[in-house]
Design a protein. Structure first.
Length: 73
């Protein structure tokens, strides 16, 4: 099951089983605006931080320890 499928189902589902040495994975490239949201999305243990900064959305940074994030206006 890929990230996009997991994101559609539920953000609190089990972590991806293929990655065992990392607690969390942070990705981009597929921006969250595709789902009509300008905030980071979480699926399992994967966080998508691409919030469309280059496509009219917001630029996002995240503290990977606390998971707090900040965005441009």
């Amino acid at each position: 099951m890929n990230w996009q499928t997991k994101a559609k189902l539920n953000s609190d589902i089990e972590p991806f089983g293929i990655v065992t040495k990392f607690n969390n994975i942070f990705i981009g490239h597929t921006n969250t605006m595709k789902w009509g949201i300008d905030k980071p999305l979480k699926a399992g243990n994967i966080y998508n931080l691409d919030t469309g900064g280059s496509k009219g959305g917001k630029l996002t940074i995240m503290d990977v320890d606390s998971k707090c994030f900040w965005q441009s206006d």
